[in-house]
Design a protein around this ligand. Structure first.
Ligand SMILES: *[C@@H]1O[C@H](CO)[C@@H](O)[C@H](O)[C@H]1NC(C)=O
Ligand SMILES: *[C@@H]1O[C@H](CO)[C@@H](O)[C@H](O)[C@H]1NC(C)=O
Ligand SMILES: *[C@@H]1O[C@H](CO)[C@@H](O)[C@H](O)[C@H]1NC(C)=O
Ligand SMILES: *[C@@H]1O[C@H](CO)[C@@H](O)[C@H](O)[C@H]1NC(C)=O
Ligand SMILES: *[C@@H]1O[C@H](CO)[C@@H](O)[C@H](O)[C@H]1NC(C)=O
Ligand SMILES: *[C@@H]1O[C@H](CO)[C@@H](O)[C@H](O)[C@H]1NC(C)=O
Ligand SMILES: *[C@@H]1O[C@H](CO)[C@@H](O)[C@H](O)[C@H]1NC(C)=O
Ligand SMILES: *[C@@H]1O[C@H](CO)[C@@H](O)[C@H](O)[C@H]1NC(C)=O
Length: 874
């Protein structure tokens, strides 16, 4: 995926910042105070209601010139405050919270512009008083966490030219009809806001409308579409994922009607067919056409373009995720085309130099994830030297590095992942790496060799994972956001990472599955943005440095399977956003720290298994109410099992699944609004096998593993309230007492291992009534009596019950007379031993079969412009 827009947005932003700085400077020098004192007082009162660390820091009572305050726009002639532009700051991650004070009404006579986008107003309703600010011309409340319905008072804002309510959550309310009476509206954005119901036809009264975005409101309906044809000045229309069109007929009509239409976005509208065209082609001015995520095939596209002769104007064409079987020949003859995205189709065949020779203006080309063969000579000189972004992921290009890319020296985005490439990466890629290069993905090939220091470049995303790169971890640039080197043969220490000048953007470090060794350097305190750290499966040793505790935003910590030792530094408690902590299979010592309770709001996955922890399980562990996977197995932990496990809310509830496992993620987009999740994995011991699973579906798994310790006492009765628990392993301890009868309440149990303890008494009938139970082990205890008769228990292998000398009944030998166990109407039938041995074949859908193996940490972090503020907030 290629993000072209992102680049543009960030550059614009820079320009804006520079302009602002210059402007401030100008005013400061001129020395006149324009600000009106009464209005300044209003602004100070307005500030009082808000929680803010940064955005309003220039709004100070000792700062007289309020016209210089950040976000305040004054009239050059009258000095009145005419605009408040207070968007959350994507780059720094700061945003406003708290109350939008109604003192703003006092600015009502002059205020034209109110922009509160990208802030977090905590799911409150849009304040009614805003409806009284009737001189407003521009109101931007995008992505500010507003909820409820849109108050009717907003309908009084009849002077509005721009209204942006997108990226909020209007919880299934209808789009208000009163918007239709805002006759001056030119720009209306209601996308991504969870509106539902019929779209009011009154919107057809907005005859001045230039842009209309109703996209991603999955539950809105269009009773009829005729009102749209009244919007004769429309130049941008986005109905992606909000309308079901099946037939492209409507698209053609719309193109015919709107001579001014320049951008049309119809992603995910279920479009299948194209009907016989009848358009007067000379009238079409379309420059952007987005038909991604529909059902279109190549001949449909060819027919569309052959009929509507758009060749002169079309600049951006997005056909991602359709059913194209080949590159539609019409698309290779669009001389002004700048962006072509045909990724995620099922195209086959060969792309040659000739196919691309007419596309002289191409800036973005995305051919990824098809089955294309690129047959291009290494000495080819492409007709598009200005190319900005190219993705050839999954294309076959022969085994050697595509040397022709060398001529594209403005690239900001290069994705050659999963392309079957091998050998060394040519030096020019690193040395000539364009100063603009932001995204470089060489992952999933067979590259060898070392990677030189490229810290003088400006790369933000670097992914060379799943290759055979070796040598030391290279020094990366301070601009890096994602540094992904996993599954290679990198070796040596990682102390070089301390030599990076700054880590202001660093969000992801993944060095897992390499041959790295030595102690961790102690330079983590400046990596303030780090959310994801994965050092698993290397040979690191020594203690965890205290500075790891400064990673306040850390959500995921994987250091499994190294040789770390010593006690965990208590500074780790500061990482209170941790959702996943996996320190399993190391040599950590000491007690399970009581401060784990500090993770009470966040943690879902905690694995301390396979270390040398001793002492008791601290009661503080029971404050981890969000926990879904708790693994303390294979340590030297003693004492009782705490009886407060019924505090684990997620394990108690049967049908709950967390929305996301932990919340981090990349957003890479060619077109706005397309999300790609970052794939993380976690290690889980499931049915006796330790495996790594993608974490997306881990959100459905609920597991406790306390096996192989020195725990004593009874299994607490509270366990039976863990009605959502899927897997419980208490084996290889010294537990005593009986298996409680109400174990039958743990309805979701698929795996139960109580083997190698000293449990006594009978096997309760309830155990035979656990419908999903698939793996059971009760061997090597002191259980006695008759195994309750039920198809379920009898279907297990006899070894499941072995080593309990006083236990009898199928599948073990028959009992002699009445045993002391719970006796049921057990027919003493045949003694055949050849019945089905494992419990797998009974047709029960088990957890992973039902939900698929890969499990992703619903990884969702921001990437520049469009969606960035969503991310920072979580
Ligand atoms: C005020 O004047 C400055 C400098 O000429 C200009 O950049 C700015 O746009 C003007 N502001 C308004 C609101 O007209
Ligand atoms: C604003 O709208 C409300 C509700 O729609 C209405 O009752 C009120 O009279 C309006 N106020 C003004 C000043 O127009
Ligand atoms: C096609 O549209 C153009 C420009 O709008 C107009 O001049 C021409 O007459 C139209 N031709 C037909 C056949 O309708
Ligand atoms: C690199 O490409 C692979 C496979 O195409 C993809 O899974 C991965 O997410 C990409 N990496 C980044 C950082 O985008
Ligand atoms: C962290 O940043 C501060 C201030 O920029 C600097 O003085 C300090 O040396 C840095 N620490 C490390 C370990 O890089
Ligand atoms: C149970 O969880 C609550 C928080 O929801 C916590 O305050 C309480 O201390 C926990 N109980 C125990 C026994 O840890
Ligand atoms: C486990 O802990 C006990 C003391 O609690 C100690 O005697 C024993 O050596 C420990 N075992 C291991 C393998 O560390
Ligand atoms: C329970 O844990 C032990 C290791 O402590 C492991 O050997 C066994 O296979 C696990 N049981 C199940 C059913 O996963």
């Amino acid at each position: 995926m290629i993000d072209h827009k992102g680049l543009i947005i960030s550059i614009n932003f820079l320009v804006l910042v520079l302009l602002c700085m210059e402007y401030d400077f100008f005013v400061y020098v001129s020395g006149e105070v324009r600000c009106i004192e009464r209005e300044r007082q209003v602004l100070l009162r307005f500030k009082k209601g808000l929680i803010d660390d940064y955005i309003l820091s220039s709004w100070r009572s000792d700062n007289i010139e309020c016209c210089n305050w950040r976000g305040v726009v004054c009239s050059n002639t009258t000095g009145h405050v005419i605009g408040l532009q207070l968007p959350g700051d994507d780059i720094s991650g700061y945003y406003l919270e708290g109350e939008i004070s109604s003192v703003l009404i006092e600015l009502h006579d002059h205020l034209n512009i109110l922009d509160l986008s990208g802030n977090d107003f905590g799911s409150t309703r849009i304040p009614e008083f805003i409806g009284s600010m009737t001189n407003l011309q521009h109101l931007n409340l995008r992505d500010s966490n507003f909820a409820g319905n849109v108050p009717p008072q907003i309908g009084n804002l009849t002077n509005l030219q721009t209204l942006d309510l997108s990226y909020n959550n209007f919880g299934g309310n209808r789009i208000p009809e009163f918007i239709g009476s805002m006759k001056n509206l030119q720009h209306l954005n209601l996308g991504h806001s969870n509106f539902a119901g019929n779209v009011p036809f009154q919107l057809g009264n907005l005859t001045d409308l230039r842009t209309l975005d109703l996209s991603h409101n999955y539950d809105i309906r269009f009773e009829n579409l005729s009102w749209i044809s009244h919007l004769s000045f429309l130049s941008q229309l986005d109905l992606s994922y909000s309308i079901n069109l099946s037939n492209i007929d409507w698209v053609q009509q719309i193109l015919l009607k709107f001579h001014s239409l320049q951008e049309l976005h119809l992603q995910g509208c279920g479009i299948i067919n194209v009907v016989t065209p009848y358009l007067n082609s000379s009238s079409i001015s379309l420059s952007t056409l987005d038909l991604s995520e529909n059902e279109l095939n190549s001949s449909t596209i060819d027919r569309l373009f052959n009929s509507i002769n758009v060749t002169a104007n079309l600049r951006k064409l997005y056909l991602r995720g359709n059913k194209l079987e080949r590159l539609p020949s019409s698309t290779t003859r669009l001389p002004n085309l700048e962006d072509l995205d045909v990724s995620f189709n099922s195209m086959e065949g060969i792309i040659s130099e000739a196919d691309l020779s007419e596309l002289r203006n191409l800036k973005v080309l995305d051919l990824s994830f098809n089955s294309l063969i690129l047959n291009i000579s290494p000495v080819w000189s492409p007709p598009f030297p200005q190319m900005d972004a190219i993705s050839l992921a999954g294309c076959k290009m022969g085994s050697h590095f595509p040397e022709w890319l060398k001529t594209l020296n403005n690239l900001s985005w290069l994705d050659l992942s999963s392309a079957g490439l091998s050998g060394e990466v040519p030096d020019w890629l690193w040395t000539n790496l364009s100063p603009w290069m932001q995204y470089l993905n060489l992952s999933h090939n067979h590259f060898i060799g070392t990677i030189p220091d490229f810290s003088s470049k400006s790369t933000q995303f670097i992914d060379v994972s799943s290759n055979n790169f070796s040598g030391p971890v290279p020094l990366f640039p301070p601009s890096t956001r994602v540094f992904q080197l996993s599954q290679n043969a990198f070796s040596g220490s990682i102390s070089t990472i301390c030599a990076v000048h700054s880590y202001d953007f660093l969000m992801v470090i993944d060095l897992s599955d390499n041959r790295l060794a030595g102690e961790l350097p102690n330079c983590w305190e400046n990596m303030t943005q780090l959310e994801y750290l994965n050092l698993a499966n290397n040979n690191f040793s020594g203690e965890i440095p205290r500075s790891v505790g400064s990673l306040f935003y850390l959500e995921t910590l994987h250091i499994r399977n190294n040789s770390f030792s010593g006690e965990l530094p208590s500074d780790l408690r500061n990482c209170e956003n941790l959702g996943l902590i996996d320190i399993g299979d190391n040599m950590f010592t000491g007690n399970i720290p009581t401060w784990v309770g500090a993770f009470n709001l966040s943690i879902r996955y905690l694995s301390f298994g396979g270390n040398r922890f001793h002492g008791i399980i601290p009661l503080e562990i029971c404050s981890l109410t969000q926990i879904q996977i708790l693994d303390l197995s294979r340590n030297n932990i003693s004492g009782n099992v705490p009886s407060c496990f019924d505090n684990f809310t997620w394990l108690v509830e049967k049908n709950t699944t967390s929305v996301v496992f932990t919340a981090i993620g990349y957003v890479f987009t060619v077109v706005e609004n397309f999300f790609q999740e970052y794939v993380d994995y976690a290690s889980v011991s499931w049915k006796g096998q330790e495996s790594e699973y993608y974490t997306k579906n881990l959100r459905l798994l609920k597991l406790i593993d306390l096996s192989s310790n020195r725990l004593v006492g009874n299994i607490p009765e509270t366990f039976s309230s863990l009605k959502g628990l899927v897997s419980l392993n208490l084996s290889r301890n010294s537990l005593t007492g009986s298996i409680k009868t109400d174990i039958g309440q743990m309805e979701m149990l698929e795996v139960l291992d109580l083997s190698h303890n000293h449990l006594s008494g009978g096997i309760p009938i309830g155990l035979g009534q656990l419908h999903y139970l698939d793996v059971l082990d009760l061997a090597n205890n002191d259980l006695s009596g008759e195994i309750p008769s039920s198809t379920q228990l009898q279907s297990f292998n006899a070894s499941v019950f072995a080593g309990n000398s006083a236990l009898c009944g199928r599948p073990l030998a028959l009992c002699r007379g009445d045993g002391p166990g719970p006796s049921t109407g057990n027919q003493l039938g045949d003694t055949d031993d050849d019945e089905n041995d494992d419990g797998d074949g009974d047709g029960t859908l088990t957890f992973l079969e039902e939900f698929g193996i890969p499990i992703i940490l619903g990884f969702m972090f921001g990437f520049w412009g469009v969606v960035a503020s969503l991310l920072v907030k979580k």
